[in-house]
Design a protein around this ligand. Structure first.
Ligand SMILES: Nc1nc2c(ncn2[C@@H]2O[C@H](COP(=O)(O)OP(=O)(O)O)[C@@H](O)[C@H]2O)c(=O)[nH]1
Ligand SMILES: [Mg+2]
Length: 183
């Protein structure tokens, strides 16, 4: 896969010359790892301590589609003002880019399940009219029972065809995600 890091953006975003696919989820859910798995290269930074990403990172895949890594949410130690800043930034991102976003991948930890802030993201997608797919992450760490429970929660919002099971550790879901991105 040809993939290029275009940079970290805070205020202005790159010109909408390509359609974009955005990866959204709680901090530490495995966004950067998933992105790296999908493109088959270590382009996004995987971090040990959560809550570090502040920027919107753009990658260009195959000179065809932008892959966008936005800051994660829900990190417990984040202060209120920081949370407000995150919210403002995301609202600006979705408002400005909604027509260019062809798909959002909402990452949900297979073990932790759907959290209130994930539901808030789903409300945003619906409000902005952004189609989304739910990606369950880290299935290698989850029991079958945990996966079933999380699947059941997710199916309150989307049909089965809009859910992908993944593990960056086991390269699970890579083909499925790539075909959805390049579609
Ligand atoms: N077991 C397992 N660990 C993972 C997987 N994906 C990510 N991780 C770990 O989870 C932590 C957070 O990953 P990262 O990709 O930085 O999450 P992000 O904050 O959402 O971008 C790191 O320690 C990763 O090594 C996975 O599929 N399986
Ligand atoms: Mg990350």
């Amino acid at each position: 896969m040809r993939v290029k890091f275009l940079g970290s953006f805070y205020e202005e975003f790159p010109p909408p010359d390509y359609p974009e696919v955005v990866f959204v989820g709680r901090s530490n859910v495995g966004k950067s790892s998933l992105l790296n798995m999908v493109v088959g290269a270590k382009v996004a930074r995987v971090s040990k301590e959560p809550g570090r990403t502040r920027a919107v990172n753009y990658f260009l895949l195959e000179d065809e589609v932008y892959l966008v890594d936005v800051p994660g949410y829900g990190y417990a130690k984040v202060k209120r003002e920081e949370m407000e800043r995150w919210k403002k930034m995301m609202e600006k991102y979705f408002l400005e880019r909604k027509d260019n976003i062809k798909m959002a991948f909402l990452l949900i930890d297979s073990v932790a399940g759907v959290q209130p802030l994930d539901e808030q993201m789903i409300e945003w997608f619906e409000y902005y009219g952004i189609p989304y797919t739910v990606v369950l992450t880290k299935t290698d760490k989850a029991t079958q029972k945990e996966i079933s429970r999380t699947l059941k929660q997710v199916k309150r919002y989307v049909g089965e065809e809009a859910v992908v099971l993944s593990s960056a550790k086991e390269n699970r879901g890579k083909k499925e995600l790539l075909s959805r991105i390049l579609k």
